[in-house]
Design a protein around this ligand. Structure first.
Ligand code: AMP
Ligand code: DBH
Length: 557
């Protein structure tokens, strides 16, 4: 008997899951429309790789960390790893938290899980015990995949802590030196036949920046995500000659799908993986691999523009620099072409779905001053006032959206979904936008209780809950404060119980609780009481105004 064959029988005969519990499907009429119009094509990511590997097995798919993998090799590695994961006991439908840096193994693992019909939960390298523990618990994950170390941090130590608390977690799988955990490299075995997941099934989970007490998980199906990848690759004119440099974390929705590495693989191009986003490393990759397109958040774009003045690398291959994740100022936007000699593309997207792009042939005023327009003719956009009434074109309002690649609900979050979606299924993005007569969106602000720290989203309530666990804190409000480099940083206004502790004690407390570093407040201000509005809510507007004025005075003093 071949390895895994008895387990395979069980899986095949196990009653086929109709759909994942806690997943909100699209209404059947719309699903039918998306299929009929060829928006959803019934293809899975596992099949996509199979097809590309059959068409051009020897073409290079991935480059990074001393590795060059062809499409054929990536395809075989995914099959072998799927077999190994299956033999380990991972079944179709199981959830697996994947937290990997920008290394080729990320793609082995994701495609292996796609082939197996098990669902990656895509964590970011910055997440720590608090976030990872929650992802494991909320999804009932059976496995957690990490790298041994990255950026001076030992993920095996984190995994051991997570393992102590996560009751469903059976395996920790390590790329690199496994210590006493399971080596990823030991799981590449002879392929076995596996049941094929359906394209309408949930393929994996993305994470939301969120605005509530706990992070939100975003279920994405093969059909919907592959559509956004395909349409993005077309909008960004990717083809077999394209070379995409992944600079931001590979698991991030922007880097993965807008058009990202999956877009490059879809187009038969090449993905280059930069371990660090620093200009030094990235510029060297651009020269060496003749990178044609890459994606950055605004603070990194500024840093690159600065470094490009003195850089001696040949970056003439670069055709497009995408910038998104947070609002890009028109001043910085204007400097892109002169400094880097390439076109700018603004990208305004969200892991929940909707992605807007400025188009490559748009005139400068649109490219420099808007955040683009939606991918799809099937994307529905509404800009509404506080009563959900549509505002006039050109007026600022709340952005609502639904469409063929925007989720209808977060995973296992009924109560929150009732607020985050309208009754007729529009996602309340929490963004304040203006829509131009040509249908382009300009992001004017945010109504959600979130801080966008240079593209890293912080849910205020989540951090407030952590801070409130400190015995010396009676009350807490986290707000954004303006920052020249990151756009925004976080400021925590705290009301002490008795004598206020030192700010660094609060930071250390949060780190001990296993909160990702980017969520630790950049500044702490102590108050006797938090200001309230006339209806008795914490007046965050007043707090934001106060800290902004204070910083402004400081800057002028
Ligand atoms: P998330 O829902 O966590 O994936 O974060 C998506 C959010 O990031 C959006 O709803 C916006 O608030 C913000 N965002 C993404 N891209 C841009 C952009 N180009 N300009 C302004 N805000 C952006
Ligand atoms: O910020 C984001 O989440 C984002 C930005 C640009 C995104 O998800 C995307 C493009 O797909």
């Amino acid at each position: 008997m071949r390895p895994g064959e008895d387990a395979l029988e069980r899986a095949v005969w196990k009653e086929r899951r109709p759909s994942l519990d806690g997943f909100t499907p699209w209404p059947p009429e719309l699903a039918a429309l998306y299929r009929r119009t060829g928006t959803w094509r019934g293809e899975t990511f596992g099949e996509l790789l199979r097809e590309r590997a059959a068409r051009h097995p020897d073409r290079i798919a991935l480059v990074g960390d001393g590795r060059r993998l062809s499409y054929g090799e990536l395809d075989r590695r995914a099959d072998r790893l799927a077999a190994g994961l299956f033999r380990l006991g991972i079944q179709p439908g199981d959830r697996v938290v994947v937290q990997l840096p920008n290394i080729a193994e990320f793609f082995d693992v994701c495609f292996a899980l796609f082939r197996l019909g098990a669902l990656p939960v895509l964590a970011l390298p910055a997440h720590r015990r608090s976030e990872i523990g929650y992802f494991c618990e909320h999804t009932g994950a059976v496995a957690y995949v990490i790298a041994d170390r990255d950026g001076g941090f030992d993920y095996r130590e984190l995994a051991r802590q997570v393992q102590r608390e996560a009751t469903t977690l059976k395996h920790v799988i390590v790329a690199g030196d496994p210590g006493d955990l399971t080596a990823l490299s030991s799981l590449y075995i002879d392929p076995v036949a596996l049941p094929r997941p359906a394209a309408g099934d949930v393929a994996f989970f993305q994470l939301s920046g969120g605005s509530t007490g706990v992070p939100k998980l975003i279920p994405r199906t093969h059909d919907d995500y592959l559509y956004s990848v395909r349409a993005s690759a077309e909008i960004c004119a990717l083809d077999a000659e394209s070379v995409y440099l992944a600079v931001l974390p590979v698991a991030h929705n922007f880097t993965l799908s807008s058009p990202g590495s999956l877009g490059a693989l879809y187009a038969g191009g090449r993905v280059v993986l930069s371990r660090r986003p620093s200009p030094d490393e990235a510029f060297a990759w651009i020269e060496r691999e003749k990178v044609t397109i890459t994606a950055l958040v605004p603070p990194l774009a500024s840093l690159w523009l600065e470094s490009a003045r003195t850089a001696r690398h040949d970056m003439s291959s670069l055709k497009v620099l995408q910038v998104g994740g947070a609002r890009l100022s028109a001043e910085v936007a204007r400097r892109v072409r002169p400094a880097l000699g390439c076109a700018l593309q603004q990208v305004f997207g969200m892991a929940e779905g909707l992605v807007n792009y400025t188009r490559l042939d748009d005139p400068d005023d649109i490219t420099l001053e808007t955040q683009g327009r939606p991918i799809s003719p099937h994307d529905e956009i509404r800009v509404v006032d506080d009563e959900d009434e549509d505002v006039e074109t050109g007026q600022v309002g709340h952005l609502l959206t639904r469409g063929p690649y925007t989720i209808r609900g977060y995973y296992r979050a009924d109560a929150h979904n009732a607020k985050a979606f309208t009754r007729d299924g529009f996602y309340r993005t929490g963004d304040l936008v203006r829509r131009t007569p040509a249908g382009y969106l300009i992001v004017e602000g945010r109504a959600k209780d979130q801080i966008n720290r240079g593209g890293e989203k912080i849910a205020a309530e989540e951090v407030e809950n952590h801070v409130l666990a400190h015995p010396a804190v009676r009350d807490a409000a986290l707000v954004s404060m303006p920052d020249a480099l990151l756009g925004e940083r976080s400021c925590a206004f705290l009301v002490p119980r008795g004598q206020p502790p030192a700010a660094r004690e609060i930071s250390a407390f949060l780190r001990e609780r296993g909160v990702a570093q980017y969520k630790v407040p950049d500044r702490i201000e102590w108050l006797d009481a938090l200001p309230t509005t006339s209806v008795g809510k914490v007046d965050k507007k007043a707090l934001r105004r106060w800290i902004a004025e204070r910083l402004d005075q400081g800057a002028r003093a």
